[in-house]
Write a protein that binds this ligand. Structure first.
Ligand SMILES: NC(=O)c1ccc[n+]([C@@H]2O[C@H](COP(=O)([O-])OP(=O)(O)OC[C@H]3O[C@@H](n4cnc5c(N)ncnc54)[C@H](OP(=O)(O)O)[C@@H]3O)[C@@H](O)[C@H]2O)c1
Length: 272
């Protein structure tokens, strides 16, 4: 990912200085015009904007921790994944700090479909907004430095939930001899129908009322049981649908039988 970020800056015509623990990985970038330096301090001195993308918060601390003084007069934009607490921890010593999250794979960095989320110093973000915009489509959430990381994990949760459901469906249909490729267009079409519920449910969640304008939780539960039964009959793993069924049953026990699916938020809000 670090290579893709640096490549986007090089392509945009920015003088780009790079450092990586394993310098050999930078050969292609150097051929394209980036300047490879042997020491972290050299990279920090080269620019007013420092963009870092490493494995995790511990590696950011390892690499930049010994150079806190050099960061004083610079903006650090940290695109390493992590938790909101880790972002807050780094912001305490990194001075002019913007935390970021990348909702994209390296191949699309530099294109509008790559979206990047930022939070932290509003002044620093405004100063470097144009440069950061070369990486993709950017959004700034304000001065609560943990927000970009929080959006990141929440959005990844949406991805895993969607993909897990696709994989479970592919396993179920696969047991009946249907190829995943045959299932895929129907899954895609259905995901796009389901996203149509999101705005209405968001409104219900924010208002704290869950009128069953489409189907009640009780109706959902009845059909969920078919998914568990079909999976069991096909000798396919039932953990995923059984978990959803158990959570729905809890919401119904809490009095939401006649409410919309959005009422499950009450179960998600409480500790198990
Ligand atoms: N790949 C994606 O699709 C993607 C998408 C969104 C977000 N991200 C995030 O981007 C970050 C990087 O991901 P990646 O896919 O680029 O991972 P990666 O290929 O494993 O690269 C990790 C980088 O961190 C460096 N590093 C790790 N520990 C270090 C240490 N202690 N000291 C110095 N350098 C260290 C590695 O250096 P060496 O080259 O020397 O090993 C390498 O440059 C992660 O936080 C990831 O979650 C990735």
């Amino acid at each position: 990912m670090g290579s893709a970020l640096a490549a986007a800056f090089v392509e945009a015509g920015y003088p780009t200085t790079i450092w990586n623990r394993t310098p050999g990985k930078a050969d292609e970038l150097v051929a394209r015009g980036a300047v490879l330096v042997p020491f972290v301090a050299d990279a920090l001195r080269a620019s007013s904007l420092i963009v870092v993308c490493l494995s995790d918060a511990a590696s950011v601390e390892d690499v930049l921790g010994p150079h806190r003084d050099e960061l004083d007069s610079r903006t650090l934009v940290n695109l390493t994944s992590g938790t909101s607490d880790e972002a807050r921890g780094i912001s305490k010593w990194a001075g002019d700090y913007v935390d970021g999250a990348i909702m994209a794979i390296p191949e699309v960095i530099g294109r509008p479909e790559a979206f990047l989320l930022f939070s932290g110093s509003a002044e620093a973000y405004a100063r470097h907004r144009e440069s950061l915009g070369r990486l993709g489509t950017t959004t700034f959430f304000g001065e609560d430095v943990g927000l970009a990381s929080l959006y990141d994990v929440a959005l990844l949760g949406v991805m895993w939930g969607t993909l897990n459901s696709f994989l479970h469906g592919a396993a179920l249909l696969g047991a009946a001899g249907v190829d995943a490729a045959e299932f895929a267009p129907f899954a895609n079409q259905w995901v796009s129908s389901v996203t149509g519920f999101v705005n209405a449910y968001a409104d219900q969640i924010d208002r704290g009322v869950y009128p069953a304008e489409d189907a009640s939780l009780e109706t959902h539960l009845a059909t969920m049981k078919y998914l568990v039964r079909e999976s069991s009959a096909a000798e396919v793993n039932t953990e995923w649908p059984a978990r959803i069924q158990a959570m729905t049953e809890r919401a119904i026990r809490a009095g939401h039988a006649g409410a919309s699916y959005a009422s499950l938020i009450e179960v998600f809000r409480s500790r198990a």
